[in-house]
Design a protein around this ligand. Structure first.
Ligand code: ADP
Ligand code: MG
Length: 253
């Protein structure tokens, strides 16, 4: 059996009389890329922010790296990396200055250049944050989640609004992070992304988990049930055409 690094049991979140999360239970295994999918309003961000200790729950039990959320929230904070909203960065500081600022806040010694290299931004080290493109800002915000060498990284829609090249580049980065031993939890509205990237996914709708499995198994189950695509599937997608024509190189500079 794989080891659960996050365990959620009967988690409920009420906002006033509205129940946003309706008693969900799931485990995230150590070393996996776990996807939380679902339409807007499903309760994904609420669930993540509760696990991240940033939002209070109404009831239920959450364990992160063996620590109980109610008893040791501060210890949990130390072992997780949470992607900040991009607006949280001082626009006039350089990438190097920002990393130094954050590592000071975390009380961590980091090699800022090494970190920027990992997210492919070493050549932008002396540029100001406000000069970055959308994809560069996303990669930079992921770099800042790595400062405290977290065991688990939370990414809430990290690729929304990125062009296909930047999106692929971010997939590679997320795979690198996992290869280095971290567990990754990600939300996305792109099903191709979830299929490519995630070992397992939970699909949420209206506050409940309606399916949890590997993407492969979910697709096989659907086919097994007699589902057929309305038209013949082509051997390539329009996105394949786009990448073939425009190449994989990043285009933000
Ligand atoms: P998702 O991330 O899946 O889009 P959210 O967790 O952001 O969903 O929101 C789930 C539901 O809870 C939505 O209906 C949303 O409007 C509601 N909600 C989220 N945050 C609050 C809040 N602070 N106060 C009241 N309702 C909220
Ligand atoms: Mg959300």
């Amino acid at each position: 059996m794989p080891q659960a690094i996050i365990s959620v049991k009967n988690l409920v979140k009420n906002y006033g009389t509205f129940q946003a999360v309706k008693g969900i239970s799931f485990d995230v295994f150590e070393g996996e890329i776990f996807g939380l999918l679902g339409p807007n309003g499903a309760g994904k961000s609420t669930t993540l922010e509760i696990i991240e200790t940033l939002r209070t729950k109404t009831s239920g039990d959450v364990t992160v790296c063996g620590m109980n959320l109610d008893k040791e929230p501060d210890s949990i904070k130390r072992v997780i990396g949470v992607q900040l909203q991009t607006s949280g960065f001082y626009p006039g500081l350089t990438l190097l200055e920002l990393i130094e600022l954050f590592s000071g806040l975390y009380n961590e010694k980091v090699d800022a250049m090494e970190l920027l290299k990992l997210v492919n931004l070493a050549d932008k080290a002396k540029n100001k944050y406000k000069e970055m493109s959308g994809g560069q800002k996303q990669r930079f915000s992921i770099a800042t989640t790595l400062i405290n060498k977290p065991r688990i990284i939370f990414l809430d829609e990290p690729t929304t609004g990125l062009d296909p090249q930047a999106r692929r580049n971010l997939w590679d980065l997320i795979r690198d992070i996992r290869r280095q031993g971290s567990t990754v939890i990600i939300t996305t509205h792109y099903m191709d992304e979830a299929e490519q990237l995630c070992d397992r996914i939970a699909i949420m709708d209206e506050g409940k988990i309606i399916s949890l499995d590997s993407p492969d198994k979910m697709i096989d189950d659907l086919v097994q049930s007699g589902f057929e695509r309305p038209k013949q599937v082509k051997a390539a997608s329009l996105e394949d055409v786009f990448i073939q024509l425009t190449g994989k190189d990043m285009r933000e500079e």
